[in-house]
Design a protein around this ligand. Structure first.
Ligand SMILES: C[S@@+](CC[C@H](N)C(=O)[O-])C[C@H]1O[C@@H](n2cnc3c(N)ncnc32)[C@H](O)[C@@H]1O
Length: 396
């Protein structure tokens, strides 16, 4: 219960009305229907009809996802599935916008009050920072205004929409496990696979609303967190949330290609769902910057969808959906990169590169997770959020 002494946390301010909540439940269920039930039917259609026909037509095995895409574009079921998925994606943001708009003055006041309050962590904004074209030129994930747009002074709307929207996005799929998710899984993996590695200072690049930083600090209790992003409204929201919850995290508005921290400053540099939104050239700069910032013995870990080289042609085709319909134009090209080569070009020694799947910490038993982290059993196949694909390198 909230009293005068315990002000609302920022994510509790913009509450939905009864009807808005009902709409959000509908959108979450629709996403589940599209991403699990209908996606299964699409795969069946491919296996039973499209693949055999395509083999006859091509007179060779199907090795390229673009052959599958071409055939799928002729299929009414694929078109309906894709249109529904697109609609569900748009509705995700629309379903939370009214509650954010209605409560925006209060959200802004709360973020300002928390930023002025004493507490751990800090917020550094730079209103002169040029926002990269890859962020401004289209609404990534179909989120209106993308991450960076500000409608008024001290705006936090994009942060609140992103925070509440991702909750609707994942609710039907049960992705928000109390003790699971990407960051928790990576942190637990590092702890088991590298028991001597105890980071004191870590950086999350493209940290958005701070979704992923808290779980790292829950696992590495003595670690100080840093988060960078180019979008001020997300950072204001992230900072208010973290300070409210007493996490020691320093947020700052910077471009991950060129950061203002000194060399060898961090033990751990991470990102999640981030690199695929960048061009190949930008990614080279970001990886080189991560190398500069890590101290010898430190490690960089990125979570992404698995590269094309790790997928069968159908799954490769399936994962490319976002590149065509979700305003993530670099996605398909990114998944074709050779990550080992990219890390090497950024300065990491070849032998220090790693890539692997790790189980989602929230969905497997502790025993299964530990065995998998120690390399004694394989992680579950990628798909339906059973496991995460990570790659990275230690700095020598
Ligand atoms: C998909 S979101 C990342 C999501 C977040 N890491 C998570 O796991 O929930 C991508 C974020 O990267 C930020 N971004 C894009 N380009 C950037 C850059 N060059 N430097 C820093 N942040 C950037 C965007 O503003 C956005 O918040």
């Amino acid at each position: 219960m909230t009293t005068a002494k315990s002000p609302l946390h920022i994510e509790e301010i913009a509450r939905p009305t009864h009807d808005e909540l009902a709409r959000q439940h509908f959108v979450s269920s629709l996403r589940k229907q599209v991403m699990i039930d209908m996606a299964g039917q699409l795969k069946n259609l491919y296996t039973r009809k499209i693949e055999p026909n395509l083999r006859i037509k091509l007179k060779r095995p199907i090795l390229r996802s673009r052959d599958i895409r071409r055939a799928m574009l002729e299929e009414p079921f694929f078109k309906s599935w894709s249109a529904l998925r697109y609609a569900a994606q748009e509705m995700t943001w629309w379903s939370v916008q009214p509650q954010v708009e209605r409560n925006l003055p209060e959200l802004i006041l709360a973020a300002k009050r928390i930023a002025r309050s004493k507490g751990p962590g800090s917020l550094r904004l730079n209103s002169k920072l040029p926002i990269p074209k890859d962020v401004t030129r289209m609404d990534i994930h179909l989120m209106p205004g993308c991450f960076h747009t500000e409608h008024e002074a001290d705006d936090v709307a994009a942060g609140a929409v992103y925070w509440h929207g991702t909750s609707v996005f994942s609710a039907g799929l049960k992705l928000r496990h109390k003790n699971g998710g990407v960051a928790r899984s990576i942190a637990e993996y590092l702890k088991i696979a590298h028991p001597d590695f105890k980071p004191q200072r870590m950086l999350d690049i493209g940290c958005s609303a701070g979704n992923q930083l808290h779980p790292y600090l829950d696992v590495f209790k003595k670690c100080e967190g840093y988060g960078v992003d180019v979008a001020a409204p997300l950072l204001r929201f992230a900072h208010a949330r973290s300070r409210n919850m007493k996490y020691n995290i320093h947020y700052s508005q910077q471009n991950a290609e060129k950061l203002d921290y000194p060399d060898n400053h961090f033990d751990l540099v991470v990102s999640s769902f981030f690199l695929h939104e960048q061009s190949a050239l930008t990614n080279r700069n970001i990886l080189a910057e991560a190398h500069r910032l890590l101290r010898p013995g430190g490690v960089m870990v990125h979570m992404e969808l698995p590269p094309s080289s790790e997928c069968d042609p159908y799954y490769d085709f399936y994962l490319d959906w976002d590149a065509y319909y979700n305003n993530e134009p670099h996605y398909a090209g990114f998944r074709k990169l050779d990550f080992a080569k990219e890390c090497y070009m950024a300065g990491f020694a070849k032998k220090e590169f790693f890539s692997r799947r790790i189980p989602n910490y929230g969905t497997v038993s502790n025993e299964e997770f530990s065995e998998s982290a120690r390399g004694e059993r394989p992680a579950p196949q990628h798909g339906n959020w059973a496991s995460w694909f990570i790659f990275g390198a230690f700095k020598t």
